[in-house]
Design a protein around this ligand. Structure first.
Ligand code: KG4
Ligand code: ZN
Length: 338
């Protein structure tokens, strides 16, 4: 008998609900993105995000159930993102999940958003079981994680300042691209030369797995400002390509070094930035050279979605690791063992 889990994700600006069987088979994965609403403000406005979640959550969950072909009475558990994220947004998903759990009298399972991103990789890879390493690069996080077994995580390194997606979005904005800029910057960079400008790489010492991108960000912004002040034309495609090159080189080299350090032969790239084709091919190349199996999930499982939350919840379900109805949402929480 399969385990059917209804999952809800509402940590930032996507309202999502999914039904997942046995942690891997996606019956439905509905994602309503608020990007169009926040675009006018150049970033996510927390209060607007909460109100949009409130407006959409019921129809998104109903659609996910409908598409799954399952009756609510067939569900075994309801999973929900408990944090980190925008607190008002998290509370909408959590309250809805609690109501479902109470009504159907099924267990409630709270899931960490970052373990969700990691399992977006695990669930979409054929036969990929831990031990493995993962780079989670999103709008809010850049972390290298070692996963010796299911639900066990060691954060080997993380960003000390801006997250990779955050820097991509900021530079994209200064290049005149709309929010969120990661994907638009990738398209712009396709016509540029990644070696045209030598932007700095912050390695932070030979043993560090941490990242720091604020120096790179300032350098690119200064480059653009200096040119503007002198009324000089810049080749925006070259700036985009060279900036991506500097950012991705640090992300991939450090992650591969982490795999070698832990003697791990499998690597997952996940989080919104994992949608980037250039980063994927760079990491795939480095991994292959070291005999490491590399996997990046399809785009739909890279950016925020509920299916990844349903995948983590399955492994928690097997351990009967359930939450009480008093589960709270937390805006800031480090990735810990689930
Ligand atoms: O995981 P995600 O959907 O939300 C967070 O949890 O943050 O990640 C969003 C981030 C944004 O910074 C966005 O610009 C970036 O992922 N992103 C990309 C691409 N698509 C989305 N970055 C680079 N290349 C892309 N194709
Ligand atoms: Zn995310």
């Amino acid at each position: 008998m399969s385990v059917h889990i209804l999952a809800i994700e509402s940590s930032c600006d996507e309202t999502s609900a999914a039904v997942v069987d046995d942690g891997r088979k996606i019956r439905s994965n509905i994602i309503y993105t608020q990007i169009a609403t926040h675009k006018a403000y150049g970033g996510v406005v927390p209060e607007i995000a909460s109100r949009e979640h409130l407006r959409k959550i019921s129809s998104v969950v109903k659609l996910a159930l409908e598409e799954s072909g399952l009756a609510p009475s067939s569900l075994d558990a309801v999973a929900v993102t408990k944090g980190p994220g925008l607190i008002g947004s998290l509370l909408v998903g959590l309250s809805y999940a609690k109501a479902v759990a109470e009504t159907l009298e099924i267990p409630l399972i709270g899931v960490h958003h970052l373990s969700g991103h990691l399992y977006g990789g695990v669930m979409s890879a054929q036969d990929m079981e831990p031990p493995l390493c993962a780079l989670i690069a999103s709008g809010g996080h850049s972390s290298i994680v070692y996963m010796p077994e299911h639900l066990r995580f060691e954060v080997m390194g993380e960003t000390r300042d801006d997250a990779a997606g955050e820097v991509l979005d900021k530079i994209a904005r200064s290049l005149g691209l709309p929010y969120p800029g990661g994907a638009a910057l990738e398209r712009l960079a396709e016509g540029g030369d990644p070696e045209a400008i030598d932007f700095p790489r912050a390695w932070l010492g030979p043993d560090s797995y941490d990242f720091s991108f604020s120096g790179l960000k300032s350098h690119v912004l200064n480059y653009l400002n200096r040119a503007a002040m002198k009324n000089e034309e810049v080749n925006k495609a070259d700036v985009a390509a060279s900036f991506q090159q500097a950012l991705f080189e640090v992300l991939s080299k450090k992650t591969i070094r982490a795999c070698k350090e832990r003697g791990v032969k499998q690597l997952i790239l996940s989080g919104g930035v994992a949608a980037n084709g250039r980063l994927k091919s760079m990491m795939a190349e480095h991994a292959e050279a070291e005999g490491i199996r590399f996997h990046a999930p399809p785009k739909i499982l890279c950016t925020d979605n509920a299916a990844m939350i349903g995948s983590v919840a399955y492994y928690k379900y097997l351990k009967k690791d359930f939450n009480s109805i008093s589960l709270n949402a937390t805006a800031n929480m480090p990735l810990q063992n689930e």
